[in-house]
Design a protein around this ligand. Structure first.
Ligand SMILES: [Zn+2]
Ligand SMILES: [Zn+2]
Length: 319
């Protein structure tokens, strides 16, 4: 038990001097979350193997299935698309991609250009959905800020595209840090249902998978950089840093206790085992698509634009 007295900073040093795969020394990438040092040459395949392990650990996809990757043009989803497309033959799956153009001016155009460049480079079919084709413009709805409206519209569209295209699963680029942050937000509001790495599909929803859910942000960023992925350099004009404020909590924890993030996400995943609140989705009265929020987020924006949104109407759940 004397080991417990060893300061954390010296705990994980036995792989630190050289790449754990090829033994190279010098310019190493170190992520305490992995407990390893890896050289830049070995890193991309190390990263992809981590993704493949997460896929198999949570049985995210079976052979011969098609995985549609939701690619925003940012680093997380671009790294995910690149990793899955690079491994598609080994994994025995088909890979396609979908980009939702949210109609937010130049930022959206540049994001689409990044997604198109990456899909073209990888030889992956890219489905582009435009909110303007639906006749909607994003706007805050009631008490919901722009970011949550945007997220709700994107999720609804991803479901519809996934079903329309016959994809077995829709993959999103949520990372370990995203998942921890979501867990903490739920805990702070008294919710004990963990966000799951896999949401099983049904007749109205394709399966949802998060193959980066055990990989920290910094490691995803390193992969995107080393593979020179075309990434939209700007962040969304609507981005609110407040929504990411809990990240610092987990980075501090990781610096005090290496591997704490991975341990915590797994322990919380087991402990937060309550079912998600709310009943099954019901058909939207306007368009018939299944939704958890009475009127689906897309029709809600249509109603808003037509000034039909009843004043003061509030829904219990996300729009
Ligand atoms: Zn190496
Ligand atoms: Zn609708």
């Amino acid at each position: 038990m004397a080991d417990l007295a060893v300061p954390n900073s010296t705990r994980l040093t036995f792989h630190d001097g050289s790449c754990y795969r090829c033994g190279a020394t010098g310019d190493l990438l170190r992520f305490t979350e992995f407990g390893k040092a890896v050289c830049p040459t070995c890193y991309p395949s190390f990263f992809r193997r981590r993704v493949a392990r997460t896929l198999s650990r949570y049985q995210m996809a079976r052979k011969k299935e098609t995985i549609g990757v939701a690619v925003s043009g940012g680093k997380d989803s671009s790294a995910l698309l690149h990793a899955l497309a690079t491994m598609r033959h080994d994994l025995g799956v088909w890979v396609a991609a979908v980009h939702v153009h949210m109609g937010l001016g130049e930022y959206s155009d540049r994001s689409l250009a990044s997604a198109e460049e990456l899909a073209g480079r990888l030889g992956v079919r890219l489905v582009v959905e435009r909110t303007s084709d639906l006749g909607i413009e994003l706007a805050p709805v009631g008490t919901f800020a722009m970011c949550s409206v945007c997220g709700a519209v994107r999720r609804a569209l991803l479901d519809r595209v996934g079903l329309r295209e016959g994809w077995s699963a829709v993959a999103t680029g949520h990372t370990l840090d995203d998942r921890l942050q979501q867990m903490l937000k739920r805990l702070l509001t008294g919710r004990l249902d963990a966000p799951r790495p896999v949401l099983p599909g049904d007749a109205a929803h394709p399966r949802k998978i998060k193959p980066l859910c055990l990989i920290p942000d910094r490691a995803v960023e390193a992969y995107a950089r080393l593979e020179s992925l075309p990434i939209c350099p700007e962040s969304c004009p609507q981005f609110d840093p407040q929504t990411h404020r809990f990240r610092a909590v987990f980075d501090l924890l990781e610096s005090l206790a290496p591997m704490a993030k991975v341990q915590l996400v797994q322990s919380l995943g087991r402990a937060m085992n309550r079912p998600s609140p709310g009943g099954p989705d019901l058909p939207c009265p306007d368009c018939g698509n299944p939704t958890a929020s009475g009127v689906c987020p897309i029709c809600r924006l249509r109603r808003l634009a037509a000034w039909e949104e009843p004043h003061g109407e509030r829904e219990k759940r996300t729009p």
